[in-house]
Design a protein around this ligand. Structure first.
Ligand code: ZN
Length: 286
């Protein structure tokens, strides 16, 4: 084990369907991955991650939201607002625009993203953003959101599974966002992604698996899982010319700061209390 890691983005639908949740969490713990953000993205996944986090409150923290055009019924956003009040919830996500497969739903996707950004800003909960072939529209909506973000001491969001250009990374950083890298960083053809990763200051970086997809080298072709976030950290260490222990420490600290201090360390109890008081102040009732 080379340190403590947080996988800032994992999907559990496949693990749950195959009965693999316990063994996946055990392998993560063995690899030093002490906390995992289990992300939703549609009604079913949102319910799943909330129930898993209730069973594993130390390890699993949760983001819920409706990705792309995944809200199906008009009352979905009402249900989302109720779920966002759960104590395990640390972010709204994943949400965002993806024009790769369904550019014809762009207007619906944008409306849904805007509505959820409004909810996140009202609650002071950061967002986990997905953007694929939609970077201009994403930036436009994020600029409006950042203008409404009520917590100048905290980052308003993370651009997850970053695959954009260094220029896009620069624009995202200007908005105060964090940038999270997945196993794509280890892929042969991902030179541009590595270039972006090299220019991002360490204090703005997080790491993720986006499992069960995108298994990193040397596990390509297998079902990805949180334990392998260590491979992403190793690649970042190589790109930044530092030991992996340093990347582990910094990205863990970044994720703790970003997702809030709830359920973190005994020594941070005071911060937890302050954080909860703030959440109550914004109407986010724990
Ligand atoms: Zn994802």
């Amino acid at each position: 084990m080379t340190g403590e890691y947080i996988d800032s983005h994992a999907h559990f639908d496949k693990f749950a369907a195959k009965g693999l949740v316990e063994e996946v969490l055990a392998r993560a713990a063995d690899a030093g991955v002490t906390r995992i953000i289990a992300v939703g993205g549609n009604a079913e996944s949102n319910r799943l991650v909330a129930s898993l986090a209730a069973r594993h409150p130390e390890t699993l923290h949760v983001a819920v939201g409706f990705d792309r055009d995944q809200a199906e019924r008009p009352n979905d956003l009402q249900a989302l607002t109720e779920q966002l009040a759960l104590p395990s919830v640390v972010a709204v996500g994943e949400i965002g625009l993806d024009y790769h497969y369904h550019p014809e739903t762009a207007a619906i996707q944008k409306r849904l993203l805007r509505e959820q950004l409004d909810i996140a800003a009202a609650l002071g909960l950061p967002v986990i953003i997905h953007s694929r072939e939609a970077d201009e529209d994403t930036l436009e909506l994020l600029r409006a959101y950042v203008g409404n973000w009520p917590r100048p001491d905290r980052s308003p969001g993370v651009l997850h599974c970053f695959t954009g250009t260094p220029a896009f990374a620069g624009q995202v950083l200007e908005l105060g966002f964090m940038v999270s890298f997945s196993g794509i960083l280890t892929f042969n053809q991902a030179g541009q992604v590595r270039e972006a990763a090299r220019m991002i200051p360490l204090e703005r970086l997080m790491i993720e698996t986006d499992c069960p997809y995108l298994a990193p080298v040397p596990h390509r072709g297998k079902q990805n899982e949180p334990a392998w976030v260590v491979c992403v950290a190793e690649k970042l260490a190589e790109l930044h010319g530092c030991p992996v222990q340093k990347i582990a420490g910094i990205t863990t600290r970044n994720a703790l700061d970003f997702f809030g201090k709830r359920a973190i360390n005994e020594s941070e109890q005071k911060t937890i209390v302050a954080d909860d008081a703030f959440r109550k102040g914004t109407g986010h009732d724990n």
